[in-house]
Design a protein around this ligand. Structure first.
Ligand SMILES: [Zn+2]
Length: 143
């Protein structure tokens, strides 16, 4: 086992211990996958914690933003504070959550072991996912 992997395992172990002492509401599932904080400001839709979520998922916010805006077919931008703004539309929470789930399933969750501790790499035109938990690697469609 590599040192890096051992550290991750230890970290997971500590997190598990920590969360096992918290109320049931914060079960492992709730902390593994961050929820989107969606708000409506005037006619705009905002995902307030967008950059934070991307950070937790180890994904470049610009790529995740492109995925969302392309899926929705709507214009938007990322603010300096890490909020994603979708212009002139109140996009339903369900719709955003659905695209988020799809992104997770395609670009984050390991196809082999189901872990979300994965990395997205690019080699020329080829995009691939590398799982930090089980070591699996597989290619995905570019966003
Ligand atoms: Zn895996």
């Amino acid at each position: 086992m590599s040192k890096e992997l051992e550290l991750i395992k230890n970290y997971d172990y500590l997190l598990e211990r920590l969360y096992s002492r918290l109320p049931a509401k914060l079960s492992s599932k709730a902390y593994d996958i961050p929820e989107l904080e969606i708000e409506y400001i005037g006619d705009h839709t905002e995902i307030r914690n967008f950059a934070q979520v991307c950070d937790r998922l180890r994904r470049d916010p610009r790529i995740v933003m492109r995925y969302f805006l392309k899926s929705l077919g709507m214009p938007g931008s990322l603010t300096e504070r890490g909020t994603l703004i979708i212009y002139n539309r109140r996009v339903r929470r369900d719709t955003l959550r659905e695209f988020y789930q799809r992104f997770l399933n395609t670009y984050v969750r390991c196809q082999t072991c189901g872990s979300i501790d994965t990395e997205l790499h690019r080699q020329g035109k080829v995009w691939y996912i590398r799982c930090l938990a089980c070591g699996a690697t597989y290619t995905v469609q570019p966003v």
